[in-house]
Every structure is written in C-alpha cells, then in structure tokens.
Ligand binder design. Sequence first.
Ligand code: SF4
Length: 341
Amino acid sequence: MNPLPVLNEGPPGVPFGDAPLMLESIPALQDEVRALAAERGAVILAHNYQLPEIQDVADYVGDSLGLSQRAAASEDETIVFCGVHFMAETASILCPDTTVLLPDLDAGCSLADSITAAQLRDWKAKHPAAIVVMYVNTTAAVKAETDYCCTSANAVPVVEHIRREHGDDVEILFGPDMFLGAYVEKTLGIRMHVWDGECHVHAGIRPGDISRVRAEHPGADFLIHPECGCSTSVMEYVAAGDIDSDGVHMLSTGGMLRYAREHQGGTAIVATETGMLHPLRRAAPDVDFIAANEAASCRYMKMITLPKVRDALRDGRPEVKVDADLATRARLPIERMVAIS
Ligand code: SF4
C-alpha cells in the first residue's frame, strides 16, 4: 500500500508520532484523521476503552464482539482498528481481503499474553478428549487450537451448548481468564479445567474498593460491564457472595447505553475499565457515573493515540495480517460461538 501524502501539516502545535497531545490540537487532528480516512476509503473502529478523542473520531465504537461483527460486515478497503492486537487479528481473520491497520503494534493484552499456542497444545495433550473453550481475548495462534471461542456475555451458553452436545461428563479446558472460568463453574455448578490467566486491570477493581465506593453513595445502582477481562473478577465476586448483589446490574455495552438513555439523574457506580465512562456520560449527561476505581485503566488500550491514528492512515501501516491457513483454523471457533449467541 502506498503512503498517502500529508494532507495537512497542521497548525503549529499539532504533534506527530509520540509527541504529547495538547488539548487545543485535538480538533485539527480529528479533522486531519477524517480527511485521511475518506481519502484512503477507511473505516475507523474503536473499542469502548479507547481515549475519548479517539472514540469521538471513530465511525463505530463498541465492545470486542460488536467490533468483530462490524469488521465482518465491512466493505471498506481499510479498517483502522483502535483497540488491541488480538482484536485487530480477529478483524483480519474475519475480513482476509481487507487491510487492517493497528496504529501501535505494541498495544497487546495481558490476558491474551497469559496463554501461548504451545502452552495450549501441551494442556490439550494432557487432556486429549477435552473440548477447548477460549475467551476471545486470545491470539490467532491460540484460537487456531480452540474448539469454541466465548465472550463474558456468552460463556455460560457456550458451555451449556457443549454439555448438551457432548454430555454432562465432557471434559472442558477453559481459558485463559480464571475469573470467567470460576464464574461459569459457579453459575452452572460444574467443574472444568481452568487456566489461571488474568487481565492486569481487574487488580484495580477489588471487592474492598467496591464496598467502600458503594458505602459512599448509598442508593446508587451498581453496574458491572463484563467486557474484556477487566471486570470478570467482579462477576465472580458477586457469584461468590463477596459483593452485596442488591442493585447490581450485569450489562453488556448495549445494555449499559440503554440504561444510560432510560435514566434521568441519579448515580451509578460502574465496574469497568474507565474508558467506558465516556460513552455513558455522553449518552446520559445528567446521570452521575462514578468509576468503581479510577485507576482501572488498560495501558494497552491507551497506547493508541490520535497522532498514531493519523500516522497509520497517512502511511498505510502498521498492518496486522493473519496468515491464511492460520486464519482458516482460527475462524472456526469464532463462527461456532456466533452460531450459539
Ligand atoms: S482491559 Fe485487560 S483484557 Fe482488556 S485489553 Fe486491556 S489487558 Fe486485555
């Protein structure tokens, strides 16, 4: 792909690359990003945990499943994926003929990094009859070794489906999120083999923090957004009784936005990565959305900056491309998940 010419050198102070972004530079940069996207025939997809100025310039903002579905339906020449590496890989798996750009290739995921394809192959070798269920937060190489993918929203139905198909005694290898695995076990009253991976962000959302914030805001609703691995721990705390379940709403991204639109005034404490607060506050400016912990921020998501998005659009790189054979194998567990959901 040929680099596009720089459309706009921008006013003084508009940064390039990793230079610090000044608030007053944002509108000019957003204009430049939109112009470059139009010129390249690119759609900009952004995860809910992206920086606000990136969410505001995107064509579509959503959770990882929503972004995958939007990517799969894309007829654009290029997708600029504002999220983390495994998500861009998933877009490449679902749209093999589309150029997928990830503005920073170092935007990884601590949960996806907690299991490699080699580790999964070793685990499978110890349990040759087992069915493998992996959270979508995994690399393409791990998906290629997987029978079913799942998200936090459909993990229980996926495991129920497997038990219906293969019998209640079926052995299941579930990973890499140990909190989601424990949640599924408690909800269904079953035992699985669960990998002990986790997302680093959940460490910022502990039961003690949650109880303290809830005590400071009596009567506030408590919303859990079990997207990514950052708040599956909170699902598990509720299932285990470590958190009072009164006033708890477990909501997908769509459910959260519906909640925001249907409420006027009041306070809601939200257990999620803090980026999700931006679309919620935009959808319902008069509801006071409070983070269960302001420190629950994914450093990988925040590696994508507006100057990097602009540079990716201008230069047509860096690209994420999953090898065709690997993509064929990795597509199967995603398609099985989608068929069940
Ligand atoms: S919030 Fe956690 S699970 Fe989600 S991308 Fe960041 S590190 Fe990965």
